[in-house]
Ligand binder design. Structure first.
Ligand code: HEC
Ligand code: HEC
Length: 286
């Protein structure tokens, strides 16, 4: 066993073992109201399907420091708004062989994309589960004659942020029954599967230990209502599936790729755990 590995085990034991109580810290008891006129629900009774698992659901915002929370209260202080503006500019620009812009078909982004984030991911007309990134690339390649954007490329981040902010303050509204049910079930299974050398599932940290500290991090419920987020650590935008990748890697497991079927299923399941909360993306995180 390498020293690095044993240190990790020690850290995991410290966070999840006997001393867990001592490492607990209260979350903030604050209201999120962006620019003073956009109230966001950050705390709500858990959805029916979470019975026996969680009583209440909380936005990750409540677990962050005073300074980080303050940045999300005002769009002038929120660094992600620059990315949103760039996405909005691209929205009106013609690209590709068909000579079309997003606006040509969808109209103004404020109207055309209102509420869209809250419903993602969802099953498309061909019966596949699609995230917002898939819908965007489908329009670019099949309707505009333009090149697909990489999942975590700059233009994709800008566009997903620009579309997401049109749903701020609207409740998470994903469909989990009917055609969506088999995807949701698979996502749930992944959420509770223990991965990696540390044998930790998403639930080990985000359901059983939220409120506790793991190393320097105050664990939240791992909700995605604030995504895409701006991370101060890497001074850039982080997509939902990229955040999943980071968390799986922390368990010392081989991770799934962004855009993989597994992460699509997981995205739907995690989104459904946030039912009751409002969309607050783009959030700010350390
Ligand atoms: C030629 C017309 C056209 C253009 C140009 C176009 N779209 Fe679309 N878009 C559509 C249609 C039609 C749908 C509905 C597809 C479906 O439901 O299967 C759609 C669906 C979407 C959706 C999913 C919306 C929802 O409610 O499910 C998103 C997001 C989207 N487009 C983004 C974009 C972006 C971003 C651009 C520019 C990069 C763009 N579209 C360009 C026609 C277009
Ligand atoms: C070893 C503990 C651990 C495991 C296991 C883990 N995470 Fe995380 N996760 C963290 C930490 C630490 C953070 C950053 C602080 C926070 O928000 O909890 C985080 C953050 C997140 C966030 C961002 C929340 C926000 O509001 O910014 C999401 C989403 C997330 N995790 C999802 C998952 C999913 C899905 C899984 C399972 C594939 C998972 N995590 C597994 C430790 C873990």
């Amino acid at each position: 066993m390498t020293l690095r590995f044993s240190r990790t085990i020690l850290a995991a034991t410290a966070a999840f073992g006997l001393s867990a109580m001592a490492l607990h810290a209260e979350m903030a008891n604050d209201e999120l109201n962006i620019n003073g006129d956009l109230p966001i629900t950050v705390k709500a009774p858990a959805a029916e399907h979470l019975k026996g698992h969680l009583d209440e659901v909380y936005s990750g915002w409540l677990f962050r420091s005073d300074e980080t929370r303050a940045m999300e209260q005002d769009d002038f202080d929120n660094p992600i708004m620059i990315f949103a503006e760039q996405g909005m500019e691209t929205w009106d620009k013609v690209d590709g062989t068909a000579g079309k812009s997003c606006a040509d078909c969808h109209g103004a982004i404020e109207e055309g994309m209102k509420g869209v984030r809250a419903t993602m991911p969802k099953v498309n007309s061909k019966g596949e589960l699609w995230s917002m990134e898939d819908y965007i690339n489908d329009c670019r390649t099949n309707r505009m004659g333009a090149e697909a954007w990489g999942w975590d490329s700059g233009p994709m981040h800008n566009m997903t942020v620009a579309i997401t902010v049109q749903s701020r303050g609207m409740p998470v509204n994903v469909k989990i029954d009917g055609e969506a049910a088999p995807f949701w079930e698979k996502g749930k299974e992944i959420y509770y599967t223990r991965y990696g050398q540390l044998e930790l599932s998403c639930a080990s940290c985000h359901e059983e230990n939220y409120g506790n500290f793991i190393r320097a991090d105050h664990l939240s419920q791992g909700q995605i209502n604030a995504f895409p987020t701006y991370r101060l650590k890497n001074a850039g935008v982080v997509s939902i599936q990229n955040r999943f990748k980071g968390c799986v890697r922390d368990t010392r497991a081989e991770t799934f790729a962004v855009g993989s079927p597994e992460f699509h299923d997981l995205e739907l399941y995690v989104a459904s755990r946030g039912m009751g909360l409002d969309i607050e993306g783009g959030g700010v995180r350390p």
